[in-house]
Design a protein around this ligand. Sequence first.
Ligand SMILES: CC(C)(COP(=O)(O)OP(=O)(O)OC[C@H]1O[C@@H](n2cnc3c(N)ncnc32)[C@H](O)[C@@H]1OP(=O)(O)O)[C@@H](O)C(=O)NCCC(=O)NCCS
Length: 175
Amino acid sequence: MAAEPASLVDVVLLPMQRRHLRAALRIENQVYPRPWTTGLFQSELALGDRRTYLVAKASSKLVGYGGALYVLPDAHITTIAVEPSFQRQGIGVLLLHALCRAAVDKGATALTLEVRTSNEPALRLYRRFGFAPAGVREGYYTDPVEDAVIMWAHDVDGAAFAARLDELAPRQEAS
Ligand SMILES: CC(C)(COP(=O)(O)OP(=O)(O)OC[C@H]1O[C@@H](n2cnc3c(N)ncnc32)[C@H](O)[C@@H]1OP(=O)(O)O)[C@@H](O)C(=O)NCCC(=O)NCCS
């Protein structure tokens, strides 16, 4: 059952810190068949400004997170996950939006990621941001073995992508 919709106005994004890892791992273990370990998250966080990791909090509960790494001029979305009972409420868009903005601010001109061929929710999310399939990496995933779709969004430093991000920007109701 979906959790009481957290109004997106109440969802805040913060830089991921080590103290967030216990809650992030709880989500990680629910949503990925091959979850990242605490050590992997820690080594990513240790890379400072070569990475961006964000958490989404709703009423101080950690409900999602996402990350990007930079090999400029490319940025790679490494992970994005939302706690199952908070999915389909716009939090994935919020996180990906912030990661795209962070990548453009870092100087990225292209964004890439891999996704399981069967992961329709994620594929649809990425398509909304202008990611297009560019190839398949056969047998990339295990448990179960599955191909990865490699997706790219190009010219993310241009006006068309900026307009797309503006269009996708979560609407905050004026009170
Ligand atoms: C992919 C994921 C992060 C999306 O997060 P979310 O907060 O549910 O996404 P949003 O509510 O912002 O939805 C954004 C769009 O994604 C697509 N989408 C999300 N969930 C979907 C679903 N269950 N079925 C179809 N499309 C879906 C839709 O296009 C949706 O827009 P819409 O609701 O206006 O139709 C979430 O499903 C998740 O954590 N999945 C498990 C981890 C994972 O697979 N991560 C990606 C690895 S590559």
